[in-house]
Design a protein around this ligand. Structure first.
Ligand code: NCD
Length: 347
């Protein structure tokens, strides 16, 4: 495995092919640990992972908790409802309270884009080695979801050997509320980074025309793109047309809580135009899998019958794969931190 250099994971725009390879390879190893007998690895014994969720979460928080416990870390959970946030404390000040308690990794979710990055900078300015792992910030980024989707697709195309090259030249369609989706943004970076071509599909109100220029070269804030040749990204408005050459389709929840105004007048017509059903999968040239990051609105993003059809959807696999992928991220972030500590000790 090549050297991992990230002290924090904020988004995937700065991931190289080797970074994707490291995560996929480690996740694959963690995934093949027998599920019987001693399930815990000692890797993070004595480490403290703090889940700071300033926004509700079902699967991401629980998945990070299991991942940390599987590596024998101690886990602390912060919940917005019972915290001093209601007394006016800022998110950054709350985070520093947990740093003072000894957190080695802060897993942070916040409704405002930029909070995890701001926190990472504040920690670095103070010379504190606590790592920040973004668990979703506003519309910006959800890197662990992007990576677990990548792992799920890489395993689908290349069972048992989910290398980044498994995605090369694959045609992946992402449908729905792309404008408000941090999952779509992270998937676009990850998929194009591994050479897949991404087609975005949705109505103009949820997918503005200029979204195809989302992948700038170089990525925002960086001098060069760490990926030499990204896959393409394009917009197709018609679901039928977008699915014809697809190798996989991912559909997204309509994120009403992140919409500034009511962008859809009629959910039923949205479903008729963009809802994924068994019938519309017949437009594809081949049998393709359907992904969704969850939570799903039955009968809006996809039909209830399709959601129940485990022979087509990879949704349970996505949830399951979240654990080894998050174990890989926690492992990588704490191993770089240990190297820092050893180096500082020597100086
Ligand atoms: C997503 C999120 O929170 O961004 N869910 C998740 O983490 N699995 C997607 C969503 O909220 O629709």
């Amino acid at each position: 495995m090549t050297k991992w250099t990230h002290r924090h994971v904020i988004d995937l725009s700065n991931f190289s092919l080797e970074d994707y390879r490291s995560v996929l390879e480690l996740a694959n190893r963690f995934n093949s640990i027998p599920k019987t007998g001693a399930r815990k690895l000692p890797a993070l014994q004595g480490r403290l992972v703090t889940n700071l969720f300033f926004e509700p979460s079902t699967r991401t928080r629980s998945s990070f908790e299991l991942a940390a416990r599987n590596l024998s870390a101690d886990v602390q959970n912060f919940s917005i409802n019972t915290s001093s946030q209601s007394k006016g404390e800022s998110a950054i000040d709350t985070a520093f309270t947990y740093v003072a308690m000894g957190a080695d990794v802060l897993v942070v979710r916040h409704s405002c884009a930029g909070i995890p990055e701001q926190l990472a900078k504040a920690l670095e300015n103070k010379g504190i080695s606590t790592a920040v792992l973004n668990a979703g910030d506003g519309l910006h980024s959800h890197p662990s979801q992007g990576l677990l989707d990548l792992f799920t697709l890489a395993n689908y195309f290349n069972p048992g050997n989910p290398v980044p090259e498994s995605l090369a030249k694959k045609e992946i369609v992402i449908v729905g509320d792309i404008l408000h989706s941090r999952v779509a943004r992270s998937n676009i970076w990850a998929l194009t980074g591994c050479g897949a071509n991404v087609t975005l599909c949705g109505p103009e109100s949820l997918l503005p025309e200029d979204f195809s220029s989302f992948i700038n070269s170089p990525p925002p804030g960086q001098e060069i793109d760490p990926i030499q040749k990204r896959g393409n990204i394009k917009i197709i408005r018609s679901l039928k047309e977008s699915l014809q050459d697809a190798d996989a389709v991912m559909t997204l929840r309509l994120q009403k809580e992140r919409m500034q105004q009511n962008l859809l007048t009629d959910l039923n017509s949205y479903y008729l135009e963009y809802g994924i059903t068994h019938e519309c999968l017949k437009w594809c040239k081949q049998r393709i899998p359907v992904l969704h990051p969850g939570p799903v609105n039955r009968g809006i993003e996809m039909s209830s019958a399709l959601l129940n059809d485990k022979s087509i959807t990879l949704i349970d696999k996505q949830v399951k794969n979240g654990i080894p992928v998050r174990m890989a991220l926690l492992y990588l972030l704490t191993s770089i931190e240990s190297m820092d500590k050893i180096n500082n000790f020597r100086h």
